[in-house]
Design a protein around this ligand. Structure first.
Ligand code: SAM
Length: 219
C-alpha cells in the first residue's frame, strides 16, 4: 500500500473491521497499490493532474453492489487503472473493457482473474454489433472513451443495448454546451430510465467537462 486510509489505520483496530472498511470503494481507491505502467485512474483526486470528482459518486453507487456477481463493462481502458480497481472491488463480478489501443501493461491486466478485454474501434457499427453480442446483460456500462458528443451519442445509442434491466449506464466527461443532444438521444432509447446528473464544473480545481450522467434503467 502506498498511502491513504488503510495505511494510516491504528494498529489496535481489528482485522475484521479492516476488512469491513475495505467495502468502501473510495477507501480501496485511496489505498490500493499503484502498479507501474497501470497507474491510478483519473476518476478521483488521487490522480496527479487530470483528475475528476467522480469517485464519491462511484462509491455511493457501487459500494452496495460489492459482493454481488456484477457484470461491469468500461469503454476506455487507457492503462487499465480503472479496470484494476473494478476487478479488485467486484471480487465476485466480471469486468470487461474495450479500447482501440492495447495498454502498456496488458501482461499484468491479463493476470487478473475476472477481467476480459477487447481491442477495437468502439465507434464502428460492426465492432459495436460484435461487442453487444459478446458481452450481453451488463449491470453497469461506463462510457469513458473519446468524450466528444458524437462518440457519446453513438455509444449511448448502441451500447445501452448491453445493459440489463435494472442496470445503469454512465457517461463521464460531458461538455456543457452539448449536453442537450445527449438528453435528446436518451429519449430515443425507448427504455424508461431515471437520470442523475452530477455537475462539478463550478467547483475549485474542476475540469471544464467535469459532468457525469447516470441512467438507471427500470427493472
Ligand atoms: C480517459 S481514457 C480511459 C481511462 C480509464 N477508464 C481509467 O479510468 O483509467 C480514454 C480511453 O478511450 C480510448 N479511446 C479513444 N478512442 C477510442 C476508440 N475509437 N475506440 C475505443 N477506445 C477509444 C483511449 O485509447 C483511452 O484509453
Amino acid at each position: 500500500m502506498d498511502c491513504g486510509v488503510v495505511y494510516k489505520r491504528p494498529k489496535e483496530i481489528s482485522y475484521s473491521i479492516y476488512e469491513v472498511r475495505l467495502m468502501e470503494l473510495n477507501d480501496l481507491y485511496w489505498s490500493m497499490e499503484v502498479i507501474p505502467g497501470v497507474d491510478i485512474t483519473d476518476k478521483g483526486k488521487r490522480h496527479p493532474f487530470q483528475r475528476h470528482f467522480y469517485m464519491d459518486i462511484y462509491d455511493r453507487l457501487f459500494s452496495p453492489l460489492k459482493d454481488k456477481p456484477i457484470k461491469i463493462f468500461e469503454l476506455g481502458i487507457s492503462r487499465g487503472a480503472s479496470i484494476q480497481l473494478w476487478s479488485t472491488f467486484f471480487k465476485n463480478g466480471v469486468v470487461s473493457g474495450l479500447d482501440d489501443k492495447v495498454p502498456p501493461r496488458k501482461d499484468y491486466l491479463d493476470t487478473l482473474p475476472n477481467v476480459q478485454l477487447a481491442y477495437a474501434n468502439a465507434y464502428d457499427e460492426k465492432v459495436a454489433d460484435k461487442i453487444i453480442e459478446h458481452f450481453p446483460k451488463q449491470d453497469i456500462f461506463i462510457d469513458d472513451g473519446l468524450h466528444d458528443i458524437e462518440s457519446q451519442k453513438f455509444a449511448l445509442k448502441h451500447y445501452s443495448k448491453m445493459v440489463d434491466k435494472g442496470g445503469m449506464y454512465i457517461i463521464e466527461d460531458i461538455t456543457p454546451p452539448e449536453f442537450q443532444k445527449l438528453l435528446y438521444c436518451r429519449s430515443e432509447l425507448h427504455r424508461r430510465s431515471l437520470m442523475e446528473i452530477y455537475d462539478y464544473t463550478q467547483r475549485d480545481n474542476a475540469m471544464a467537462d467535469d459532468i457525469m450522467l447516470v441512467l438507471q434503467f427500470e427493472e
